[in-house]
Design a protein around this ligand. Structure first.
Ligand code: ZN
Length: 67
């Protein structure tokens, strides 16, 4: 089974028996991360690498001191 990178059309040499759904593989050519969305037939989808959850946490400091 031959499949090409959806990003750069580089033929990817993937052994279907070697991957499973949900696995992330990387294209040698463009370095994009591809998720195996289906193993039969083999189907890949580019993984969106958006950095969510990396916001600055600006927690207000409660600096109360009881005396
Ligand atoms: Zn590629």
């Amino acid at each position: 089974m031959s499949i090409v990178c959806p990003e750069c059309d580089n033929p990817l040499d993937i052994d279907v028996d070697d991957v499973e759904e949900g696995e992330i593989i990387q294209c040698d050519e463009c370095g994009i991360d591809l998720e195996v969305v289906s193993s039969d037939p083999l189907e890949l989808a580019p993984v969106d690498e958006e950095d969510y959850g990396d916001e600055d946490e600006d927690l207000p400091l409660d600096d109360e001191e009881d005396e």
